[in-house]
Design a protein around this ligand. Structure first.
Ligand SMILES: [Zn+2]
Length: 485
């Protein structure tokens, strides 16, 4: 019978970062594969011993869950894990519920989680990305010694299990905040294969950001607004990307081996951001577009879509934006800056106009971030000009870090993941999609290809339409000639 594999994370990291230059990673174990669920209690016990936590009496374990029913081979997953833990520990089940169909990390839910894990020796976060994020925050926020934290992931929907940050919803805006590493992540193949197909397909969408975001990360480094660039995380991503084509079609039909490969790929991706010390490795334009949609939906009290699904469809657009930039720079002898874009007064008006429909608080929050980016770019203007003068030297590297939009669209299609806004759930109408793409650079202090296009005066309505048209053409080419009318 096949069994799960325990990956010692340190050995893996030594391969990609032999000099130990990257951020320390306190994730010790990744348990991946069939039957991994049977090792949850043993793992907690080993970690408690390694942490020198041997309370008198039975240790207390807080089991964090949401209200969503989950099964594994027909059995109730939460009961199964609770029973297993109860053989060795005092178990306290902490049900987190905000009354919405999908749980979000709001201040109120986080406060419940912090109360729920208080004084526990260990926390087991059993669920999807949101429960994992809550576990990492709650097992970090309390006073006293931090509890052991084990994340048991129930879907391959995001890569946030294996890193030390969490996504929170604050004043209607999604933000990534520091939290902590879990000590172990358990990804049980049978559990994840039973997750709703749309969750795992969304995980595939999330994965495609590795085909676009590294180029944004490198660009920000060239411009000088981000100093974290390092080859180590890129090497780790090369390991992840090596065999995607062989298993992506299996994700479409929920093939357990393909879902296991996806789980492993997402886990390694998470590690890449964790050791880089920044999510910028895997979060560029495609994530900004997704966050814009979330902001719109939250601001209008509409259901928020699956993060990874949105990221995947937006990755096609991000790649198309890169194609536009690379084409333009290849044919423009001496590009110049658009002074209007750099003018703070006009920039503020643009931010306020873009977010006007979402309330003053959101516009203020976005302007706060965008103002810092504008300041950093203005200060780094000389360096940006220098990077453009030496563009021939940088171009081959940037081209390697971003895949063609048609290739990304084909990968999404193969895996059955949404590739267009119309395929997202909730459905994203074209005007909303266009708004999210057009204004994505205005929401955050992170330099991307869209910022460079804006500063060069190449992000007018015409260019936004051109990029959207390129993305649509990429998806049509993935659909094949027989479907083109
Ligand atoms: Zn993501």
């Amino acid at each position: 019978m096949p069994t799960h594999v325990v990956h010692p994370v340190r050995d893996l990291l030594r391969q990609v970062d032999p000099e130990g230059e990257l951020a320390p990673c306190s994730l010790r174990q990744l348990l991946l594969g069939p039957g991994a669920i049977t090792a949850v209690a043993t793992t907690v016990e080993e970690l408690l011993a390694a942490a020198g936590r041997a309370p008198t009496g039975r240790p207390t374990v807080a089991l964090l869950v949401d209200p969503v029913p989950m099964t594994r081979l027909g059995a109730d997953l939460k009961d199964l894990v609770e029973r297993q833990l109860a053989e060795r520990f005092e178990v306290r089940r902490v049900l987190l519920d905000d009354g919405h169909p999908e749980l979000h990390v709001s201040d109120a839910v986080l406060a419940d989680a912090v109360r729920g894990v208080a004084a526990a020796d260990a926390v087991v976060a059993l669920g999807g990305g949101t429960i994992s994020d809550l576990g990492k925050l709650a097992a970090f926020a309390g006073s006293g010694p931090a509890p052991v934290l084990v994340a048991v992931q129930t879907a391959a929907s995001v890569d946030g299990y294996t890193d030390d940050v969490s996504v929170v919803l604050r004043d209607g805006v999604k933000r990534t905040v520091p939290s902590r590493w879990p000590d172990a992540v358990v990804a049980d193949a049978e559990t994840i294969a039973e997750a709703p197909a749309r969750m795992n397909r969304a995980g595939f969408g999330e994965m495609t950001s590795m085909l676009t975001a590294p180029a944004d990360w490198r660009l920000a480094n060239l411009v000088g607004t981000d100093t974290t660039f390092h080859e180590g995380p890129i090497r780790l991503l090369e390991v992840v990307g090596a065999d995607i084509d062989t298993w992506s079609p299996g994700v479409r039909g929920g093939d357990p081996d393909a879902v296991a490969a996806l789980t492993r790929a997402l886990a390694l991706r998470g590690l890449a951001t964790g050791i880089a010390g920044t999510t910028a490795v895997l979060s560029g334009v495609e994530h900004l577009v997704s966050h814009m949609l979330d902001q719109h939906h939250a601001g209008h009290h509409l259901p928020i879509g699956l993060h990874g699904a949105q990221v995947g469809a937006a990755a096609v657009v991000a790649a198309a934006a890169w194609e536009l930039l690379l084409d333009r720079l290849a044919t423009t002898a001496a590009p110049s800056f658009d002074e209007e874009v750099l003018d703070p007064g006009r920039a503020r008006a643009r931010v306020e106009h873009a977010f006007a429909g979402l309330g003053a608080g959101i516009a203020t929050e976005c302007w706060h971030d965008y103002e810092r980016k504008l300041g950093a770019v203005t200060a780094a203007r000389g360096r940006l000009a220098e990077a453009l003068r030496a563009w021939n030297r940088h171009e081959p590297e940037l081209r390697r870090l971003v895949r063609p939009s048609a290739e990304i669209a084909a990968a999404l299609r193969a895996a059955g993941a949404p590739a267009t806004p119309a395929e997202l759930d909730p459905f994203v109408p074209r005007p909303l999609w266009r708004w999210a793409v057009a204004h994505c650079a205005l929401m955050r202090n992170r330099f991307t290809v869209v910022d460079l296009l804006m500063f060069l005066g190449w992000w007018t309505d015409a260019e936004v339409d051109e990029v959207l048209a390129r993305a649509e053409a990429a998806v049509r080419s993935a659909d094949g000639p027989e479907l083109v009318s």
